[in-house]
Design a protein around this ligand. Structure first.
Ligand code: X2X
Length: 333
């Protein structure tokens, strides 16, 4: 109260000069959009990165975060980050692959069996190959990929124990040619929808099933509209933290370093968050009513081989990327 009186009694110029330095417009005011609820580790660590970057740059770089599809769905944000309407975006590898096809390679069905293989590939030659391809369309991908997780299938129809349980199942997949090809190969009836539409399309039964890592099923409350969760681990999915190429190039070297260190460091902590969540999230989702089962991968792999899935995608990804993947996971075809 007394504070208010003092301020309103002050001449306007006095108020303005009394504002803290942080409130001045930053030299680089950048926007970052993503598709996940605020409670997901991606948003928690991104906020941490933005705070660190603002502080270390002395307020010169200010990153405003727009979570949860506030700026539109993935397809919209992808075009905004290309045009420079926003400067940062974290598309899943499945989603950026609509522009950079080779980026989907980490999502090849049943390629990775554990995180040791994942990070060996993505922090090594395979990740470097994908980042170079992303750079070619004038986007910049930060070195450390963030974790989405191993994707699991959920359904309102029944547990998926083997490939034949997928027959004609109406399943939502991301806007991703690889996901469509994979689920067709498994005999399902996949539909591509942006993540912003997943909850309502399950609720209204436009689709009966979807597939996502457990932390997403938790934060997006998909357990409210699904009954069964089958831990298939069929795809490992991550988010590329990308910047609009011109907005990145515009930063002087000292600021580039502060921004990259902030984002890559937060990404490493976000990986650790997901690792810890993976240990606890299943019991939480069970308590919320999801019935779990853990099918063996054999029937799914066999169905994909018989459908010619691996041969087709080896051709589409190219030998260089394919060999880099096999260097981490062993021979695939
Ligand atoms: O859309 C999805 O399913 C999500 C959230 O996992 C991605 O961003 C690919």
């Amino acid at each position: 109260r007394s504070m208010l009186c003092t301020l309103s009694a002050m001449p306007l110029a006095g108020v303005v000069s009394a504002l803290p330095q942080m409130a001045r417009a930053a030299e680089f005011s950048y926007k970052y959009g993503n598709n996940l609820p605020l409670s997901h580790p991606l948003n928690i660590r991104a906020k941490e990165a933005a705070d660190e970057i603002r502080e270390k740059s002395g307020g010169r770089v200010d990153i405003a975060i727009f979570p949860n599809n506030q700026l539109g769905g993935d397809t919209d944000m992808l075009s905004q980050v290309r045009s420079g309407g926003i400067q940062f975006f974290t598309p899943s590898s499945l989603v950026i692959a609509t522009l950079v096809p080779v980026a989907a390679i980490n999502a090849l069905g049943f390629a990775f069996s554990d995180y040791a293989q994942v990070w060996k590939a993505m922090d090594g030659d395979l990740g470097a190959h994908v980042r170079a391809s992303i750079r070619k369309i004038r986007l910049y991908a930060f070195d450390k990929m963030w974790d989405n997780g191993f994707r699991q299938m959920t359904s309102s129809k029944g547990p998926i124990q083997q490939a034949s349980d997928l027959e004609d199942l109406k399943i939502r997949v991301p806007v991703s040619p690889l996901s469509i090809s994979m689920f067709k190969g498994l005999g399902a009836a996949p539909t591509s929808l942006q993540f912003s539409e997943v909850y309502s399309s399950l609720q209204t039964k436009i689709v009966d099933a979807q597939e996502n890592p457990l932390p997403i099923i938790q934060v997006a409350k998909l357990y409210e509209v699904q009954k069964y969760c089958s831990q298939t681990n069929h795809i490992w999915d991550g988010f590329w933290f990308i910047a609009n190429g011109a907005a990145w190039d515009r930063l002087p070297d000292d600021l580039k370093k502060i921004v990259a260190d902030g984002i890559n460091g937060a990404g490493m902590r976000q990986r650790e968050d997901i690792r810890k969540l993976n240990d606890s999230v299943q019991s939480d989702l069970q308590a919320k009513g999801l019935a779990f089962n853990a099918p063996a991968p054999d029937t799914f792999r066999a169905a994909l081989r018989d459908a010619g899935f691996y041969k087709e995608w080896k051709g589409r990804f190219g030998d260089e990327a394919w060999s880099a993947l096999e260097a981490s996971v062993g021979k695939l075809v």
